[in-house]
Ligand binder design. Structure first.
Ligand code: ATP
Ligand code: MG
Length: 431
């Protein structure tokens, strides 16, 4: 009999990997909570028209990557309907925002989601047909302040914080503005004019895009086209006063908060709904699929799918790519391992060890509790596998209140007073 395997582009995640996934999701939920976001869960499939109207017919996602089927009517009361597995989650969130009248409260809505998305792409490292995104949206009626550039800056600052807390070092924030719908129309005209004499030398995709949606030419990855693309006009020159002022306010707030970014004129993003601020966080460790996350402002999206005016900004991070990045970084250990392993020297010290573990856990630390029947060597082996440090608790330590801590990454052995132990384990023994 032939063996049935997981479908190409899909994967099983076994416990060794799910540990990292769970840590990422827990950290994300904690950071979102600090910025006062609430979770939203939308269906895995939606009416196909939702994606066609929001993401855009001419995008790669809608034109070639969606899993779409005709859902046959099962009863006279039902209609045959075209359905699609969600390729992204912003459209579903904005549909839900409209459907539940979330804007009617007048409050800014801050929503996050974590879950699978589906795209029929060529599977490769960091690119799957079922993948998971962690994303968030800030959306509301204009009276809620949803149009403010401070919202853009706050979302970007939150992302910088989240990546830092995940232990992802070495990321780059790339930033651009694609302006308003009117700015983009002007820019598309400028691009059409500039492309007319040269497009004949470009790839077939660009020849098509030059007619249907010239902005998409900037996404082209074909090496031979790059020198031509470098000579095209940049969108910054097509922005009106209001779009320029918005972008300047975003960068000023980022400067004040100390969030570093680089400007990238070609960052127009693969979805049609973006307006003004667009961004990506990239990481060198990922190779060809180097985008950890992407996002931007979408002031006209709600209206494009029949809703009220509801400006917004959001992002989606590829959770699979966060995992890949972390697996390649030393700092992944910090996410996977307990902060300390407590080794009591002898069973009589077990109760004192439990009391110490309770103290440290109450201080927010992740603690693994050893067992006093272990010989010290066995405790060290167990600790090395499960924790970043070992705390030794013997009769002397208990009496003196000075504990011996060994940090595995450095091999350093330190005497730490009990009152300072939590702070030491938090900061002093970073991986
Ligand atoms: P790319 O240029 O890598 O195709 P994209 O512009 O299609 O990205 P978005 O639609 O902005 O990606 O999705 C946001 C994030 O989701 C990406 O930055 C990436 O981390 C992740 N992502 C997108 N497609 C996939 C996929 N097929 N497999 C894994 N992760 C993905
Ligand atoms: Mg893509």
């Amino acid at each position: 009999m032939t063996i049935i395997k997981a479908v190409r582009g899909t994967r099983d995640l076994l416990p060794a990997e799910t540990a990292l996934w769970n840590r990422i999701e827990t950290t994300a939920r904690q950071v979102f909570a600090r910025y006062n976001f609430g979770e939203i869960r939308t269906p895995l499939f939606e009416d196909t028209a939702l994606f066609a109207r929001s993401v855009g017919e001419e995008t790669d996602i809608v034109s070639k990557e969606m899993y779409t089927w005709e859902d046959r009517a099962r009863a006279q009361s039902e209609k045959t309907q075209s359905l699609t597995l969600r390729p992204e989650n912003t459209a579903g969130v904005v549909r839900a925002y409209i459907e539940h009248g979330l804007g009617e409260s007048g409050q800014l809505q801050k929503l996050y989601y974590i879950g699978p998305q589906f795209r029929r792409e060529r599977p490769q490292k960091g690119r799957y047909r079922q993948f998971s995104q962690i994303g968030a949206e800030v959306i509301g009626p204009p009276s809620s302040g949803s149009e403010s550039p401070l919202r853009d800056a706050e979302v970007l600052e939150m992302l910088a914080t989240l990546l830092d807390e995940l232990g992802i070092t070495g990321w780059t924030l790339e930033l651009n503005s694609v302006g308003s719908a009117a700015d983009r129309a002007r820019y598309n005209d400028a691009l059409r004019a500039a492309l007319a004499p040269v497009v004949g030398q470009m790839c077939v995709d660009c020849q098509r895009r030059a007619v249907t949606n010239p902005l998409r030419v900037l996404d082209c990855k074909v090496p031979a086209d790059q020198p031509i693309i470098d000579t095209l006009p940049v969108i910054a020159d097509s922005l009106d006063g209001a779009s320029r002022a918005h972008f300047a306010a975003v960068t000023a707030a980022l400067d004040a908060a100390g969030v570093a970014y680089t400007l990238n004129h070609r960052l127009v993003r693969g979805l049609d709904y973006y307006t003004r601020t667009t961004f990506e966080f990239t990481h060198g460790g990922l190779g060809a699929q180097n985008a950890l996350l992407g996002g931007g402002r979408y002031d006209g999206l709600s209206e494009a799918i029949g809703g009220p005016k509801a400006p917004g900004i959001g992002f989606a991070m590829g959770e699979d790519r966060l995992v890949l990045t972390l697996q390649a970084l030393e700092s992944a250990q910090k996410l996977l391992k307990a902060d300390a392993f407590i080794a009591s020297l002898g069973e009589t010290l077990n109760p004192a060890a439990l009391a110490l573990a309770r103290e440290l856990r109450q201080a927010g630390l992740r603690i693994e509790l050893g067992e006093g029947s272990f010989r010290l060597k066995k405790s060290f082996e167990a600790a090395d596998k499960s924790a970043r440090a070992i705390v030794i608790l013997g009769e002397d330590e208990l009496q003196s209140g000075i504990l011996t801590v060994k940090t595995f990454s450095t091999g350093a052995q330190t005497k730490v007073p009990r009152a300072e132990l939590a702070a030491f384990l938090n900061n002093g023994s970073q991986v």
